[in-house]
Design a protein around this ligand. Structure first.
Ligand SMILES: *[C@@H]1O[C@H](CO)[C@@H](O)[C@H](O)[C@H]1NC(C)=O
Ligand SMILES: *[C@@H]1O[C@H](CO)[C@@H](O)[C@H](O)[C@H]1NC(C)=O
Ligand SMILES: *[C@@H]1O[C@H](CO)[C@@H](O)[C@H](O)[C@H]1NC(C)=O
Length: 301
């Protein structure tokens, strides 16, 4: 081995270690992305080295669904979208964050998510080296309908509302709000799971009259920070009248009071009569009527 070879090898090794840090790569996200049918979703990708982002403005970038035919989801080149070969399923539903591409943001926005959008999306930059050229992101799609809110009853405390939602991927919670966004206390929630493993939820609350009688049911999937809301307007006349409830309370109270009062009176009368009789101060029936003539008659006659 010549004397100069070792330092050169060392230098080359150092260079390649250093330059690896500056290799530009496409980076997705390892956790799946959750989309909800009808909503928009962002498939996150960036162009970067290990130490920072790199502008994607001058690059060609291709987003694909390798399992579809054609597999093209979106194509960007020469600073423009170029979607002649795009799969029909994605027509008019894909867009980029053009202003952010200079910061390496090559995320794809997919609008109006459908169930059929579920799958793996690959982002590909052909000018990059080997394994750095592409990465993929998995999209999971959940069907969740807006909560349904109905009036299910009236009791002396107010109007009872019910809120139902189904098809949820994560365990949901319900919250009731008034029109000022205050959380209403005393709501109850039951959750269940359907045959597909989707969660459903049913909540109840008893509400009292407010200024505008507008109430909102919020169904939230905490894990993915997703919420849906449905509003209901309850008409004034649904609420039990304060006077009516007072009156019915009075009537029911009166009835029960009357019954108890009558019973107590009866008992008192019976007890008093018994005491009087036991002391010999009272003779039943004829005895009372016969006493006077006897007492008055004899001594004087
Ligand atoms: C790209 O920009 C959009 C819009 O500002 C943002 O929501 C998204 O998180 C960004 N993605 C990345 C990977 O930076
Ligand atoms: C998508 O990728 C994930 C993880 O990489 C894999 O488990 C799954 O089977 C893939 N799905 C499809 C539809 O290719
Ligand atoms: C309830 O009433 C408010 C205002 O009166 C109105 O803006 C809103 O659309 C109504 N909501 C429903 C669900 O009827």
């Amino acid at each position: 081995m010549e004397d100069y070879q070792l330092p050169v090898i060392c230098l080359l090794t150092l260079l390649s270690v250093c330059s690896a840090q500056y290799d530009v790569q496409v980076l997705g996200q390892s956790e799946p992305i959750l989309g909800i049918v009808g909503d928009d979703v962002i498939l996150p990708f960036s162009l970067r080295t290990t130490i920072g982002t790199v502008s994607a403005v001058g690059e060609s970038v291709e987003w694909q669904r390798p399992d579809l035919k054609p597999k093209e989801v979106h194509f960007y080149r020469s600073q423009e979208d170029y979607n002649e070969d795009q799969n029909n399923n994605f027509k008019g539903r894909t867009s980029l964050f053009k202003e952010e591409m200079k910061n390496g943001n090559i995320s794809l926005k997919l609008s109006g998510v459908k169930l059929s959008d579920a799958g793996n999306y690959t982002c590909f930059v052909p000018t990059l080296r080997g394994s750095f050229q592409k990465d993929s992101v998995q999209l999971i799609v959940g069907a969740a309908s807006k909560p349904r809110v109905t009036i299910v009853g009236v009791d002396p405390m107010g109007v009872i509302l019910e809120c139902e939602a189904g098809g949820l991927i994560y365990k949901p919670e319900t919250t009731w709000l008034d029109s000022d966004g205050n959380i209403l206390p005393g709501g109850s929630t039951e959750t269940g799971t359907d045959s597909d493993g989707r969660h459903s939820v049913r909540g109840h609350v008893t509400i009292q009259k407010t200024d505008n009688n507008m109430f909102t049911c919020r169904v939230q999937q905490q894990q993915i920070n997703h919420k849906m809301e449905t509003e209901i307007n309850v008409t004034d006349r649904m609420f039990p009248e304060p006077c009516q409830s007072w009156l019915s309370g009075f009537l029911i109270g009166g009835l029960i009071g009357g019954l108890i009062g009558g019973l107590v009176l009866l008992i008192v009368v019976v007890v008093v009569l018994c005491i009087l009789k036991s002391k010999g101060l009272l003779h039943w029936g004829r005895g009372v009527l016969n006493r006077n003539p006897q007492q008055n008659g004899n001594p004087l006659l």
